[in-house]
Design a protein around this ligand. Structure first.
Ligand code: MN
Length: 233
């Protein structure tokens, strides 16, 4: 054994197995610049702590900084060198929806879009009841704001496993719908107004298994109704 190798093994000590594994699959060089991709992680519309106490900075840090970023990174990886890399995000979603061999691209593209829309649909000091034309349309579709809220919360609870609950327009009617995993109303002829992420990663650190509390809190304290109303235009 050369002296240099001996020193490496000796220094590794009981971590020798770990070292051996690392030598088989070396981690990426952390000082290497990230490859510039066609798709970028949009900035969060507020500080990571801005939605406290309803969503913690820790949750946002993981949800935006890890989950959302990973969808962007994967989308760049899966579209690199293809004609999809030159397309707007919405076009990538439309072109890959329901295409089995493009499922990985669709899932990551849709998750990038869904998360960006989710962040915009919340604000510090949000929640409560909207006014104006959205209030009138909610009354028309659901009977009252409270009735809408009940449907929204129940639909979020009814989504088995990971997914999203949405307020959308379909034609000239407001609807509450749910989608599984990365699926998005964009590819179902519906126009999203607002969404709440009901993947466990959205609420588990703050609410554990209490998804109902999270979705109610979203409506009561976080929903950005002016953003939702702007989508009606
Ligand atoms: Mn999420």
């Amino acid at each position: 054994m050369k002296r240099r190798e001996f020193l490496t093994v000796a220094a590794a000590g009981s971590a020798g197995v770990l070292l051996a594994r690392a030598q088989v699959a070396p981690p990426p060089n952390p000082t290497a610049p990230a490859a510039a991709g066609a798709f970028a992680l949009p900035p969060l519309p507020y500080a990571e702590h801005a939605l406290e106490p309803y969503i913690s900075a820790r949750t946002i840090s993981f949800h935006y900084g890890k989950h959302h970023k990973t969808y962007v990174d994967n989308l760049n990886k899966f579209t690199a060198g293809t004609e999809l890399a030159a397309q707007p995000l919405e076009a990538v979603i439309e072109k890959t929806a329901g295409v089995l061999e493009k499922a990985a691209v669709f899932n990551n593209a849709a998750q990038v879009w869904n998360h960006t829309f989710f962040w915009k649909g919340m604000k510090p000091g949000g929640g409560g009841q909207p006014g104006g034309k959205l209030a009138a349309q909610l009354d028309k579709a659901f009977g009252s704001f409270e009735a809408f809220k009940k449907v929204f919360v129940e639909t979020g609870l009814a989504q088995f496993g990971s997914g999203w609950v949405w307020l959308v327009t379909e034609g000239d009617t407001l609807k509450v719908v749910k989608t599984a995993n990365a699926d998005t109303p964009l590819v179902h002829g519906q126009k999203p107004l607002l969404t709440c992420d009901v993947w466990e990663h959205a609420y588990y650190l703050d609410y554990q298994n209490r998804r109902k509390d999270f979705v109610e809190t979203f409506v009561d304290h976080l929903a950005n109704w002016s953003f939702a109303t702007a989508q009606l235009a």
